[in-house]
Design a binder for this molecule. Structure first.
Ligand code: AMP
Ligand code: GLY
Length: 419
């Protein structure tokens, strides 16, 4: 089977790495891919916003499965265009991708389906926001832009002054869709569940490190490191999260005529009264995908095709190695602001000794050199029987990489290591 993978990040390098291990795979195409992916796939210059061009490519190259990595093409309806052309696709269509694309949509669905989540009010103007603020939650209050904001649309305001500053930024003199939420206290964990719209296949858990600085300080990023599984999400809590949050979501989406097919990535807060939904993503996390793929022991082509074709109920539970995986992101200086481009990267072969895998994200070939071309540049990933061994492996790989312009957090896994 020929497979087309869309995207160019560390998540997609990890997907390509696992897809390439499948006995079902003939040719793997990636668009646009990156230099790491190019070692595993034929990279092609396809514009994911040009749906007709993607559909044409699929027909011309006998592609039997399209895997959509990032959220933007999902929210933009690329899966709809492919399905309309009869192509099996891993990833939800536009209506279902609203679970990630609109916070208000998801909150309304949670209310209708009685899914545990933070109390909220949707507002459309600054006046409504100020009225809601006066009448509801107290502080801290969570203020969110409704649409996709690349992790930058959430403010946790601890005072009225901070809330007003957030409104200044979000309304910026005009109207905007904003959600105010009750603050949830607890530890966060991410749960991944594959679904074809009906059947569910739990697909592992992870914990991310969103802030740029050690000790979880500084601005938010796309994620500076992760490990899997997340031991705080015990089997009992995971079962509860599936029963009370994920399964009712999948049922509600199907009942509304907009079944969700793909991976549901549930951001959970483990509160004193049980797991509550913080948000959904309609795709794998980056860098959570890197650690999930290191542990997934099944055939990824087979599994994603079963999702795409609505045959998930026929598959046994997803097999995962009984190991811990950790990934440490190397970012270019300046990230998450303006990252410095062009920094030379060497030593990836040495870093990949001892079973570590260095996934590439923002990299570019410059002649025979590999250079930085993005914020998050590499994800050094290793497994071990426990988190300490996984961590040693990941940082050993980091220390063998020569990337003078890069930096990483040295405390990935700190919560678990401190327990
Ligand atoms: P989101 O983009 O919705 O995932 O929010 C980004 C981050 O903000 C989350 O990972 C949480 O750390 C935090 N957050 C979001 N909503 C809440 C909430 N209701 N209570 C506490 N923290 C939250
Ligand atoms: N690492 C967080 C995300 O992918 O949304």
């Amino acid at each position: 089977m020929n497979v087309l993978l869309l995207g160019s990040g560390g998540r997609e390098h990890a997907l390509a790495w696992k897809l390439a291990q499948s006995s079902r795979l003939d040719t793997l195409y990636a668009a646009p891919g990156n230099p790491g992916i190019a070692a595993l796939a034929t990279c092609v210059a396809l514009d994911a916003t040009d749906h007709a061009a993607v559909v044409r490519f699929v027909a011309d190259h006998g592609v039997g499965l399209v895997v959509i990595g990032p959220e933007a093409p999902l929210v933009d309806g690329l899966a709809d265009s492919l399905r309309a052309a009869g192509v099996p696709v891993f990833g939800p269509d536009k209506a279902a991708a609203q679970l990630e694309g609109s916070k208000g949509f998801t909150k309304d669905l949670c209310r209708r389906a009685d899914i545990p989540t933070a109390g909220y009010v949707r507002v459309g103007s600054r006046a409504e926001a100020e009225a809601a603020l006066a009448g509801t939650f107290g502080y801290p209050v969570v203020i969110k832009a409704d649409g996709l904001a690349a992790g930058k649309g959430v403010v946790i305001a601890t005072s009225e002054a901070e809330a007003m500053a957030a409104f200044d930024a979000m309304f910026d003199g005009g109207d905007a869709a904003v959600v105010l939420e009750e603050f949830l206290d607890g530890e966060e964990a991410s749960l991944f569940v594959l679904t074809d719209g009906t059947a569910l296949m739990p697909f592992g858990s992870a914990q991310d490190h969103k802030r740029v600085g050690e000790g979880d300080t500084g601005p938010n990023t796309g994620g500076m490191g992760a490990y899997s599984p997340a031991p705080v999400l015990t089997a009992a809590l995971e079962a509860r999260a599936i029963d009370e949050i994920v399964a009712p979501t999948v049922r509600a989406m199907a009942a509304a005529g907009t079944p969700f097919s793909g991976v549901l990535y549930a951001g959970l807060m483990l509160t004193a009264t049980g797991p509550k939904l913080i948000e959904y993503n309609a795709r794998f996390g980056d860098p959570e995908c890197q650690v999930l793929m290191m542990r997934f022991a099944g055939d990824l082509v087979e599994t994603l095709l079963a999702v795409a074709e609505g045959r998930l109920a026929d598959l046994p539970p997803a097999p995962f190695a009984d190991a811990v995986a950790m990934t440490v992101v190397l970012a270019a200086a300046g990230y998450p602001g303006t990252p410095r481009a062009g920094g030379a990267i060497r030593g990836l072969e040495a870093a990949a000794a001892d079973g570590a895998v260095v996934f590439q994200a923002g990299t570019r070939r410059d002649g025979d050199r590999l250079v930085a071309a993005g914020g998050r540049v590499l994800a050094a990933t290793a497994t071990g029987p426990d988190i300490r061994v996984a961590r040693e492996g990941a940082y050993r790989a980091v220390d063998r990489i020569d990337f003078a312009d890069g930096f990483c957090r040295r405390d990935i896994g700190w919560r678990e290591l401190a327990r």
